[in-house]
Design a protein around this ligand. Structure first.
Ligand code: B4P
Length: 191
């Protein structure tokens, strides 16, 4: 079983690349962003509570996403592994994921970190806003806040994973196909 984190700032291509990688390597794609947006679309109590947090570009509480992920892991059977997209986003979520996997005799095998220039991140998200209408992509101030939140709360996970020997930076600039080729190359080396 292989469990991989796909990591990077907002707009770095995590969601875009995860869909392709999961298909190629027969992994179960778990995106906390998609799960939260599904709650909002379904009009659940949780979705209503999380919607205002997400539209400001803030992170939802750790316990919400940790519970979502635990449920998904337990309801998935017979897969080759998981591709975690957008989770963990805090060191606390990382520790919780490690414990969750350890209890099930699994571990994080690798963390692939997409590296993308700031201006390119903003350009991609504003472009997506035109097509998807996602509220968190429309406003440049919210985009800047998401990037700041990433630097303050999410980036420290890199050091944590570097110490565990699972950190792998990946050039996230260029075409979707080129970046996919780089990521697939690293995936093939994961043990
Ligand atoms: P996510 O859904 O994870 O959103 P994201 O980081 O903005 O998107 P992603 O990085 O996947 O998008 P991609 O680059 O693929 O999170 C949204 C919100 O949910 C968070 O802000 C937070 O509020 C909440 N949340 C989620 N998980 C959480 C957690 N664990 N804890 C707490 N809160 C959580 O794509 C961006 C655009 O770029 C697309 O339009 C794509 O087509 C384009 N693109 C990608 N690669 C490209 C390339 N190479 N060239 C040109 N365009 C490209």
């Amino acid at each position: 079983m292989v469990n991989v984190l796909i990591f990077g700032p907002p707009g770095s291509g995590k969601g875009t690349q995860s869909v392709r990688l999961a298909e190629k390597f027969n992994l179960t794609h778990l995106s906390t962003g998609d799960m939260l947006r599904a709650e909002i679309a379904a009009g659940t109590d949780l979705g209503r509570k999380m919607s205002s947090i997400m539209s400001k570009g803030e992170l939802v509480p750790d316990e919400v996403v940790i519970e979502m992920i635990a449920k998904k892991i337990d309801s998935t059977k017979g897969n080759a592994g998981f591709l975690f997209d957008g989770f963990p986003r805090t060191v606390e979520q990382t520790v919780a994921l490690e414990e969750m996997l350890k209890r099930r005799k699994m571990k994080i095998n690798s963390m692939l970190v997409l590296e993308v220039d700031h201006d390119e991140l903003v350009k991609r998200l504003l472009f997506r806003a035109e097509q998807s209408g996602r509220p968190d992509d429309k406003d440049p101030e919210v985009i800047e806040n998401r990037i700041d939140v990433y630097k303050q709360k999410t980036e420290p996970i890199i050091n944590y994973c570097r110490q565990r020997g699972i950190y792998q930076p990946v050039d996230g600039m260029g075409s979707i196909e080129d970046i996919f080729g780089r990521l697939a190359g690293y995936m093939k080396k994961i043990k």
